[in-house]
Design a protein around this ligand. Structure first.
Ligand code: T4K
Length: 369
């Protein structure tokens, strides 16, 4: 039966409106609506506490946070990155006039393969930018080892990894910088938003200057900063969201468990399992469709579900390396990226969000079966 109400790949979790109105009243009262106001300051502190990290700078979105992270570390030349991500990862390099060098991903969790990244290092390489795809942690120890050996910076795109811990430690403590996204489609949203996590006061100060046009004070500009500040409405909304995020994460965990239980044993459908010692974010629920075994292709399944008003997304197809701005690069050629090419052709993300009902999961799985 065709679903009447469309089911989208995600739907933002919103905090109770009446609670938000109380915050809005305070903003209307103070008339401070942006530029490091009280809620912005409180939000950064509350985020640092929640994420168990020391230094965080809130941003208007994750893309500008990525662009600024590269600026903050003065990255130039070539940066090794993954083709299997949202296009903003590589766009942030483009905006900094940095040449992206794509290396292949691992078949298990689809993150940048450290060994392939190491092989791609040239005298022009200054940094590696892996992504914790779907919130699954990269091989962080190995990346750090490579970065230390070759004297490279390590910037993680952690857009999908809000709240993820490994053996109780936040993965945001790894590398030189990590970047979060708080976009509407993310586990934790501030409508639009993002953040950079760093490990010392000086770096945070530089990042804070850069996100505010480069202003160090009224008359000193440290460089060509950008305007990437989070406003007071977003920060207040974010403060409120922090009260509910554990509930959102726990509902997502239950939905993922239900999908796994129901999808088990379908020939040609593969899904990812949790990793021991990792607290996951359940940002996405990707499955891989093996046409030979399943009978129909990923695209045919995607279209079929769409026909029934279930709007999945093929994150991340096409690969970033296939877009016109990047496909001319030597590293973008498919024979350099066999694993990523295969995964991009087989992957589809099923709906997952806190308000998704078990009956809807059953309906989706029934169609897949
Ligand atoms: N790095 C990585 C690894 C990323 O994944 C992203 C963003 C970034 C960096 C950049 O961070 P931001 O600058 O965005 O903070 C979405 C998001 O726009 C994007 O934030 C996200 N990654 C990417 C993976 O997905 P689209 O084009 O698929 O979004 P859209 O508008 O089609 O939304 C998907 C579905 O969600 C819709 O069909 C319905 C639902 N939806 C969406 C919105 C915006 C709602 O129900 N309500 C909403 O307000 O890119």
């Amino acid at each position: 039966m065709k679903e009447n109400k469309p089911i989208y790949v995600t739907q933002p979790a919103l905090p109770p409106l009446n609670e938000f109105i109380e915050y809005l009243k305070q903003i209307w009262e103070s008339k401070i609506i942006t530029n490091n106001g009280l809620f912005h300051q409180q939000f950064e502190k509350a985020l640092a506490d929640y994420l168990r990290i020391k230094y965080i700078s809130a941003f208007s979105n994750g893309t500008l946070a990525l662009v600024t992270a590269l600026q903050a570390l003065r990255i130039t030349g070539e940066v090794i990155t993954t083709p299997f991500s949202f296009v903003a990862t590589t766009h942030s390099l483009w905006w900094n006039n940095i040449k992206p060098v794509f290396a292949d991903i691992e078949p298990e969790y689809f993150n940048l393969d450290p060994e392939k990244a190491e092989s791609a290092i040239t005298p022009q390489t200054t940094a590696i930018m892996p992504v914790h795809v779907y919130g699954n942690p990269c091989k962080m120890e190995r990346f750090q080892q490579i970065a230390d050996t070759y004297g490279l910076k390590l910037i993680y795109d952690a857009a999908h990894a809000f709240g993820v811990t490994v053996n109780g430690n936040s993965l945001l403590t790894c590398g030189d910088l990590s970047v979060l996204s708080f976009h509407a489609t993310k586990v934790f949203n501030t409508i639009e938003g993002g953040a950079i996590i760093c490990h010392d006061e000086k770096t945070k100060q530089r990042i804070d200057f850069l996100k505010n046009f480069g202003f160090a004070n009224e008359t000193t500009i440290i460089g060509p900063g950008i305007n990437a500040k989070m406003n007071e409405l977003q920060a207040a909304y974010g403060l409120l969201q922090l009260k509910y995020v554990d509930e959102y994460l726990s509902k997502r965990k239950d939905i993922a468990a239900l999908y796994r239980e129901r999808l088990k044993g379908i020939e040609g459908i593969r899904f990812l399992e949790d990793i021991e010692g990792v607290k996951h974010s359940y940002s996405y629920f990707p499955i891989l469709v093996d046409k030979e075994k399943y009978g129909i292709s990923r695209d045919e399944l995607y279209e079929k579900l769409k026909f029934y008003n279930i709007f999945c997304r093929r994150y991340f197809y096409p690969l970033i390396s296939q877009f016109p701005s990047y496909r001319g690069l030597a590293s973008a050629q498919p024979d350099n990226l066999p694993v990523a090419t295969k995964v991009a052709d087989q992957v589809v993300c099923l709906p997952i969000y806190p308000d998704l009902q078990p009956s809807q999961v059953s309906q989706i799985v029934k169609l897949i079966r």
